[in-house]
Design a protein around this ligand. Structure first.
Ligand SMILES: [Ca+2]
Ligand SMILES: [Ca+2]
Ligand SMILES: [Ca+2]
Length: 423
């Protein structure tokens, strides 16, 4: 059981759904306008939840309080020889004084992506270019008030006529494509299976100064192409759909892809597709083993996180105290950089909610990459990668954990000089 101290969060409901393959674990959620409060952080005036976006501005006031049972899960004692768990043991549950211990984790001021100086430069620039970011994930709520202005629209396609007007091989693909179900509908309002992608999209590109949260790029120049490859309440998918989505993204103008998913299974064709692409891929490092303990993905590879290509950035999950989250995968060769990923507030269908995991860390870097790529029309996507990694802010906690030994620092990336050495 966990609590996050700060007024609004006390009213949070515990989310019931759970995604498995997509690299997030739902914890708390806030929905509806009733929870709106003015942004007192000064981070992004008009975005009422910006106060809770510690990843963008961490004033050190958050505290995580966890109440953990002192008794180990007795389930393992009842494992059958073939590894399956037996029925519930029936042992008495250890309630009562002394049965639980309280653990607190305090935020460390300044452990954030330092977005404000980057926004100052970006907002003052007259030469920002348009950038399309592919979110290859679950679907996403394209009608969300904080997202709808940020959604890529295929202007050459006429919706609903059943005809592939632009001849790109997909009929009625106005906002992207659902490769999971094989149709043009990138959001299912009837189920909760598109929560994950909605959350990822919001971190990257939710509107700024329009209520709700502040997306890193805002909606003006950066648009999100929704490519659904993960479906069902488990967030599962297939490599061939990811491959098709990558090809669609590149053919239809995307330059950066967010891949917030992970698999232990290697696909040579997926690896080849990524390596041969001209796009930049920002990839979640993954959320550890079945007990939620982070793995060294240099030794136990996870894909696409462990792919060693120069157009891939692999991102680990930084907690607000400046440590890697215990669940985050790491690897001094395979993981490149850390970014905030725990207790991240972003858009969910019909509202806002908190999710945690490397799935939330990757879109921090994707948003930063898109912002910088927009700000610097002279940069290639590989220049953007060099800038983000070369300017990472070193933390002693990250030494030997990620290649840069550092966390995302967008303000520093905006000041990075092309030609500086990068890891
Ligand atoms: Ca089409
Ligand atoms: Ca059409
Ligand atoms: Ca907003």
């Amino acid at each position: 059981m966990t609590f996050l101290n700060r007024t609004v969060l006390a009213a949070c409901l515990l989310a019931a759904a759970c995604t498995v393959t997509s690299q997030a674990s739902p914890r708390d959620r806030v929905t509806g306008p009733g929870a709106l409060l003015p942004d007192s952080s000064g981070l992004s005036p008009g975005d009422t939840y910006a106060e809770y976006q510690w990843g963008l501005k961490n004033d050190g006031s958050l505290q995580l309080v966890e109440i953990r049972s002192q008794f180990a899960d007795s389930g393992d004692a009842y494992e059958t020889p073939d590894g399956e768990r037996g029925p519930h043991s029936g042992l008495p549950i250890p309630y009562g004084p002394g049965g639980y211990q309280v653990y607190t984790t305090d935020a460390a001021a300044g452990v954030d992506i330092n977005i404000e100086p980057a926004w100052e430069l970006y907002d003052a620039s007259q030469t920002n270019r348009d950038v399309v970011v592919a979110v290859i994930d679950t679907g996403a709520d394209i009608l969300h008030p904080d997202l709808r202005d940020s959604i890529w629209v295929n202007g050459d396609e006429i919706p609903g006529d059943g005809i592939d007007n632009d001849g790109n091989g997909y009929a009625d693909d106005c906002f992207g494509w659902d490769f999971f179900y094989g149709d043009p509908f990138v959001f299912s309002a009837q189920s909760s299976e598109d929560t994950h992608g909605t959350h990822v999209a919001g971190t990257i590109a939710a509107g700024r100064h329009n209520g709700g949260i502040a997306g890193i790029t805002g909606s003006e120049h950066v648009k999100i192409m929704i490519l659904k490859v993960l479906g069902t309440s488990q967030g599962i998918g297939a490599p061939e759909d990811v491959i098709a989505a990558i090809r669609y993204a590149e053919a239809n103008g995307a330059s950066i892809c967010n891949l917030s998913f992970c698999s232990g299974v290697y696909s040579q064709e997926l690896a080849d597709t990524i390596q041969n692409s001209g796009m930049l891929f920002v990839v979640a490092a993954g959320n550890g083993d079945e007990n939620g303990i982070g793995l060294n993905i240099d030794q136990i590879p996870a894909y696409p996180a462990s792919l060693p290509f120069p157009n891939v950035i692999t991102v680990s999950n930084l907690m607000f105290d400046g440590n890697l989250d215990t669940s985050s995968n790491f690897g001094p060769e395979s993981a490149d950089i850390a970014a905030p990923g725990s207790y991240i507030v972003s858009t969910i269908p019909g509202g806002y909610g908190f999710l945690s995991g490397t799935s939330m860390s990757a879109p921090m870097v994707t948003g930063a990459a898109a912002l910088l790529y927009s700000y610097r029309p002279d940069y290639t996507v590989l220049d953007v990668r060099d800038a983000l990694l070369g300017s990472a802010r070193e933390l002693t906690t990250l030494g030997g954990r990620v290649a840069t030994s550092g966390m995302l620092d967008v303000g520093a990336a905006f000041l990075w000089e092309k030609g500086s050495t990068a890891p």
